[in-house]
Design a protein around this ligand. Structure first.
Ligand code: SF4
Length: 346
């Protein structure tokens, strides 16, 4: 059996297995897993044992997931923005095509918690064909993000079939894949996969790391294989209470990402997803982290801090305020060290 499939086969999927490995409360984990699925790859389980809480919180069910009445089932309004099931058309020139309902690990803070890994996420050849048909008939769309679930949980052949059919649509210029596999199942990135992907340029990959302890030798190898194939890599990090909500952790993570050739792209305010309220930080925490990053690390290591507005209203950048006044002739502002500065405004 291929190594990554073996790894998946050995994943933890029940509260009892989890309890045997990590000594947590199996009845709580089982109660949560009955509603929101549980899977932790054996690779990520070893990382949790090594790094502790920040990784444990991302992966291990928490009873608070079942008590979050303020949370929204579909915070980004994706279902209402789906002209056909599993295709979200929010921005005029881009669309999101969901091609897999499974992930190597079910992140406890997932935005699509309502359906990822659950029976209501029905992805079949018919839903994919309907999505491709919609894309074919919508010439305004020039970029498609393939996501899920995790597209890299498909076989190479299945993924290539989808890429081929997308590439046959003339108005689709750019393909982007969203995957957490380089972080949670890095052995999935094989030379064979990469040889296949490189045939479909311009192809971008946005991956997802949330803590420096996730940047391992194996993760670095996976990212190097992709980067060597000319695939630009970005990272969408989610700001999570008790995981990475400090300047020190985010600084280290972003610098480590650059080192493994992944460009920090977004630092995302956690969505208002039901079952994830215990992860959410206040906005000031994110702004303070951004203020601490800007000017003190390479600009390439500074992501854009964004929130995704509820109801499908789109991403909004959240930036610390540097401008103190805009006059007809002079712009006044503070620099990254808090010193007052001015510049001609015309
Ligand atoms: S890998 Fe992505 S889609 Fe899958 S559970 Fe984690 S956040 Fe959700």
């Amino acid at each position: 059996m291929i190594a990554w499939r073996e790894e998946l086969k050995n994943s933890i999927t029940t509260g009892e297995e989890l309890c045997a490995e990590l000594g947590c409360d199996s009845s709580e984990a089982s109660a949560v897993a009955a509603q929101y699925p549980l899977r932790i790859s054996s690779y990520y389980l070893e990382l949790i044992k090594r790094a502790g809480k920040p990784l444990y919180r991302q992966a291990v069910p928490d009873i608070r997931e079942l008590d979050d009445p303020q949370g929204m089932i579909d915070p980004l309004g994706e279902e209402a923005l789906s002209p056909v099931p599993n295709l979200v058309h929010k921005y005029p020139d881009r669309a999101l095509l969901l091609v897999s309902g499974r992930c190597a690990m079910y992140c406890r803070f997932c935005t699509r918690k309502r359906k990822v890994g659950r029976t209501m996420m029905r992805i079949t050849e018919d839903t994919i064909a309907a999505g491709l048909e919609y894309l074919r008939n919508t010439p305004a769309i020039r970029e498609v993000l393939i996501s899920g679930g995790d597209p890299l949980l498909l076989s190479d052949q299945r993924l290539e079939d989808i890429l081929q059919r997308l590439r046959a649509i003339k108005h689709i210029e750019v393909i982007r894949i969203g995957t957490r596999a380089p972080c949670t199942l890095p052995m999935r990135v094989t030379p064979e996969l990469v040889a296949m992907l490189r045939k479909y340029h311009p192809l971008y990959i946005n991956t997802h790391f949330n803590h420096p302890a996730e940047i391992t030798v194996q993760a670095a190898r996976a990212c190097a294989l992709l980067a060597d194939a000319g695939i630009p890599l970005g990272c969408q990090t989610v700001l999570l209470r008790g995981v990475n909500d400090s300047l020190e952790v985010i600084q280290k993570l972003m610098c480590e990402l650059l080192r493994i050739r992944v460009r920090p792209y977004y630092l995302m305010q956690a969505d208002l997803t039901r079952g994830t309220g215990h992860f959410r930080t206040d906005i000031k925490t994110g702004l303070d982290i951004m203020r601490g990053m800007i000017g003190t690390v390479s600009g390439m290591a500074v992501p854009t801090y964004v929130l995704d507005a509820p109801g499908g209203k789109g991403k909004v950048p959240l930036t610390p305020d540097y401008i103190t006044s805009i006059g007809d002739e002079v712009l006044e502002f503070i620099n990254y060290q808090g010193q007052p500065c001015s510049y001609p405004s015309v």
